[in-house]
Design a protein around this ligand. Structure first.
Ligand SMILES: Cc1cc2nc3c(=O)[nH]c(=O)nc-3n(C[C@H](O)[C@H](O)[C@H](O)COP(=O)(O)O)c2cc1C
Length: 186
């Protein structure tokens, strides 16, 4: 198995980080991996906002997201949300928010490819990382314009996906999959 296949096979979502910050070189390598991803028609429309884990904006997004989730939750779900001690990025030292042109038909596919490139890159550097979709509620709610401005989204851009990276404080095994039922050879 070559190095790339090994990294893909061993990658898993990390939800526990040490407080150690990423270096500028590490952040740059992750961002460049995102920007090097292919995009439909070579539009290169994916924008990446980089936020340090201790930035108050992350807390604001987390609070807004939980409050929207609570509005639509039944009693059991409310208990789960209130009892969850974690924020959406699990205190990772660096969070990346990917935004895309609202009107480009392939926008979310392009962002998905970019974020997976970032995940593979971070994993190859020995860093734990997590792809994060849960904040789509906060990013599309009443405060969406405020968050878009604070995160410096380009004009006519919207949230696509988020990503967190840092040094692992705990490991998790990669997910299982059922090869036979997931594949058809025609
Ligand atoms: C589009 C997308 C959104 C995700 N959003 C979240 C999220 O908001 N929070 C979270 O903890 N994990 C999130 N995940 C991680 C998945 O839960 C995880 O990839 C899945 O459980 C498989 O586990 P593994 O990555 O360890 O193999 C997301 C993954 C993807 C691809």
């Amino acid at each position: 198995m070559n190095d790339t296949l090994k990294i893909i096979k061993e990658r898993s979502s990390v939800r526990a980080y040490t407080g150690e910050p990423l270096s500028e070189d590490e952040i740059r390598a992750i961002v460049e991996a995102g920007l090097q991803a292919p995009t439909a028609r070579n539009m290169r429309e994916v924008h990446i906002s980089v936020i340090p884990g201790n930035h108050p904006l992350l807390k604001e997004i987390d609070i807004e997201n939980k409050s929207i989730m609570l509005e639509n939750a039944d009693a059991a779900a409310k208990d789960a949300i209130m009892g969850n001690p974690n924020n959406f990025y699990y205190n990772a030292p660096c969070v990346f928010i990917l935004s895309v042109d609202k009107d480009f038909v392939w926008n979310k596919v392009d962002a998905g490819i970019a974020v997976e490139n970032m995940s593979i890159a971070a994993s190859s550097m020995g860093l734990g990382n997590l792809i994060i979709g849960i904040i789509s509620r906060a990013m599309s709610g009443n405060k969406k314009e405020y968050f878009a401005k604070a995160l410096n989204f380009p004009e006519n851009y919207e949230f696509a996906i988020a990503f967190a990276a840092g040094r692992k404080a705990a490991d998790k095994a990669p997910h299982d999959y059922d090869y036979d039922s997931s594949v058809s050879f025609i």
